[in-house]
Design a protein. Structure first.
Lengths: 294, 259
């Protein structure tokens, strides 16, 4: 029904759809979701079981006194009690709030800094290598200065969290903007995208995977800095997770100490997994995952 | 006043180059890429630029597209004409669906949503991809992606199409089909096409006129009309004859650099 002007076209129509069908055949991947989930999960569970097993064996050898290194069973029993206590949830609320505020500030600083360095030549020359240098600085080394500047307050913690996480976020942005394929920029410009529109339609979405990777790394730094901060900067009326960890050590309460460590580990893992899922979703949309054969 | 540029219009798209020169670098390291190229392309004409490596074919297209600035000479496309540019790679946005890719130029032109949706559907029908609008570029084959890129370029609704070896990365079968497609769209929409290729047969198959460029610096050294009636076949004897003629000239030119 197409009003084609050339005689040969009806044959071509059939050819085109035939060729299309042949070329994209077999691109949809089979395999049930549950099976894929299980094949990804069981090695992790096995590794976990192995770690707990080794721990139990070390406990049986009597290498350390039971009050210093408790058995896994003891720790998990205490973890159960801890999960039911108000202390955990209050601690999580305090720590979670600090993590959210600190990370959000770090993201804001990192985005502005990253965009500035990526766009402005002078800023790149001045700050480019400094940002990478900042990343190599162990965040705990900032605390003495932070405590001198802000005393034992939450500001001291935020100061270090932002310094720890912002460089990673900034680096993600710089990396993302730098590696936007020039061809996409040329295509965008040819379509009439200039200035802000070029950022909106081409550069920002093209840089997104690298930015998410930067956020993920930034979160890891923020969480570590926060835990270091909470151990050092204990504010009496706010029993954060880190503060509880310090108390547990002060009272030589090893089961509680290890239960808290497990909570810290799990929180870190859960947030990391959320970033990982976002990253994977983006790469799947882009078709990067399929090409890699994952 | 509402604009009347939304339907395929009779081409106002002539392209005029006057002594266009391009120099890369400065001082002793300067390289003369294009040396006084003058060329008139009539509205609705299909011109193929052929040349060996280093003849500045792509440079010339970039200059006409306004993505690069010439060192001398004039380029005249007529008032307010923004030519569409296609590359060897489709250069689609991988984060968008096929539909959304085609929609980007329409958004940038400020068309309202309903009109955009209508145009996207029409353009995808034009390139025979109506059922693939919801797919993502990576789910399509190379030839299909290049057709999406063509639809996206047509969405600019420009009378002038610049194509930089757009079918260079495709297999012969797919390329044949895309030649038919491009020829149909060109004649339906009365487009002016400036098509760069190093494939002489492809040039003979498609062009009204073939222009041969020398290498380092790029100059026009030969030009010939292709008076074979359309539709044409790339494997027909007439096309082969013309291709042989151009190939001979091209070999002579390449041989000049071997001494």
């Amino acid at each position: 029904m197409a009003s084609d002007t050339l005689a040969a076209t009806p044959r071509t129509d059939a050819e085109i759809s035939g060729l299309d069908a042949l070329e994209i055949a077999g691109r949809e991947r089979p395999g049930s979701r549950a099976r894929r989930f299980w094949s990804a999960t069981w090695p992790k569970l096995a590794a976990l079981a192995l770690v707990i097993g080794i721990w139990q064996v070390v406990f049986w050898t009597g290498w350390k006194d039971p009050w210093a290194l408790p058995a896994p069973g003891t720790v998990f029993a205490d973890l159960g009690r801890y999960l039911g206590s108000a202390a955990l949830w209050e601690g999580l609320a305090t720590t979670g709030r600090r993590a959210a505020v600190g990370f959000a500030a770090a993201v804001a600083v990192g985005l502005v800094l990253g965009l500035g360095v990526a766009r402005v030549k002078v800023l790149r020359a001045a700050l480019g290598s400094m940002i990478t240098a900042l990343q190599t600085m162990p965040s705990i080394a900032w605390f003495p200065l932070a405590i001198v500047l802000f005393q034992l307050t939450e500001q001291a913690i935020f100061f270090v969290v932002v310094l720890g996480a912002a460089p990673s976020v900034a680096n993600g942005v710089i990396h993302g903007v730098d590696y936007v394929p020039p061809l996409l920029i040329r295509a965008g410009r040819n379509m009439g995208a200039r200035g802000l529109n070029l950022y909106r339609y081409v550069i920002a979405p093209a840089a997104l995977p690298a930015i998410v990777a930067g956020l993920k790394q930034g979160w890891a730094f923020a969480w570590r800095s926060l835990m270091a901060g909470e151990l050092l900067v204990v504010i009496a009326e706010r029993t954060s997770i880190g503060a509880q960890l310090t108390y547990a050590r002060d009272f030589s309460d090893s089961p509680r100490l290890m239960a808290i460590m497990i909570v810290i580990l799990v929180v870190g893992l859960v947030v990391d997994a959320a970033f990982g899922a976002a990253d994977k979703a983006i790469r799947r949309r882009w078709g990067v995952l399929d090409q890699a054969g994952n | 006043m509402t604009s009347t540029t939304t339907t395929p219009r009779s081409a106002t798209g002539s392209v005029a180059l006057r002594g266009v020169t391009k120099v890369y670098g400065q001082g002793e390291n300067a390289v003369l890429a294009l040396d006084g190229v003058s060329l008139d392309v009539a509205p609705g004409e299909f011109v193929c630029l052929v040349g060996a490596s280093g003849c500045g074919k792509s440079t010339l297209l970039n200059l006409v597209a306004g993505l690069d600035r010439s060192s001398g000479g004039q380029i005249d496309l007529g008032d307010g004409v923004n030519p569409g540019l296609m590359f060897q790679e489709p250069a689609l946005f991988p984060w968008l669906t096929v539909e959304a890719n085609v929609e980007v130029p329409l958004k940038l032109r400020g068309l309202p949503r309903a009109e955009r949706r209508e145009k996207v559907a029409e353009l995808l029908r034009t390139v025979h991809l109506a059922e693939f609008g919801r797919k993502r570029p990576h789910q399509l084959s190379g030839g299909m992606r290049q057709r999406v890129a063509l639809a996206r370029t047509l969405a600019l609704d420009t009378p002038v199409l610049l194509m930089d070896e757009p079918f260079g990365a495709l297999d012969a079968m797919t390329r044949d089909i895309l030649h038919d497609e491009l020829e149909r769209i060109w004649s339906e929409r009365r487009l002016t096409v400036l098509f760069v290729t190093h494939n002489v047969r492809e040039a003979a198959r498609l062009a009204d006129r073939i222009i041969l460029l020398s290498s380092r610096p790029g100059r026009i050294i030969y030009s010939t009309r292709v008076d074979v009636p359309r539709p044409r076949r790339i494997d027909s004897p007439e096309i082969a004859n013309i291709a042989a003629e151009v190939t001979d000239r091209l070999r002579t030119e390449v041989g000049r650099h071997g001494q």
